[in-house]
Design a protein around this ligand. Sequence first.
Ligand code: HEM
Length: 146
Amino acid sequence: PITDQRPLPTLSEGEKKAIKESWPQIYQNFEQTSLDVLIEFLQKFPEAQDSFPKFSAKKCHLEQDNEVKWQASRIINAVNAVVGHLDNEVAMKQYLKELSVKHSSEFQVDPKMFKELSAIFVSTIRGKAAYEKLFSIICTLLRSSY
Ligand code: HEM
């Protein structure tokens, strides 16, 4: 399961390796993967749409909305940046803390939702164990400025 509470999990060298080897295949199809994840999230939690004024007006045909597509690509690119920082814990923490500040003060997102979106993301990935840890790190650090 994904956790968003400290202590922060640590990835073993084997888990880092598993992520580095499998991530390129996931990222290769990044537009579709992240769009599927975001659409499923918005359908499961319609109230989350209120956080996104840019697309909250259109409750149907979300998958054709360019703002939704853009948002989906931003999320997976952020995950890609985290994967790029797997061997640099300081940089990873710094990156996610800055993102946390934006989500708390600028976007005012309910912090419980990080876990929900992440669970959908991980459900699309095979060989989940290392990714559950990775997303637990992401969720815990995204909550850090709340
Ligand atoms: C914006 C990543 C989860 C709501 C962003 C941005 C990134 C991002 C990279 C752009 C930041 C910028 O402008 O510099 C992520 C990641 C998540 C996540 C990696 C979890 C794995 C969520 C959740 C919600 C949310 C669960 C809401 C329920 C927003 C909103 C914005 C935003 C409202 C601003 C959109 C706009 O530009 O109008 N997110 N996010 N995020 N995120 Fe997230």
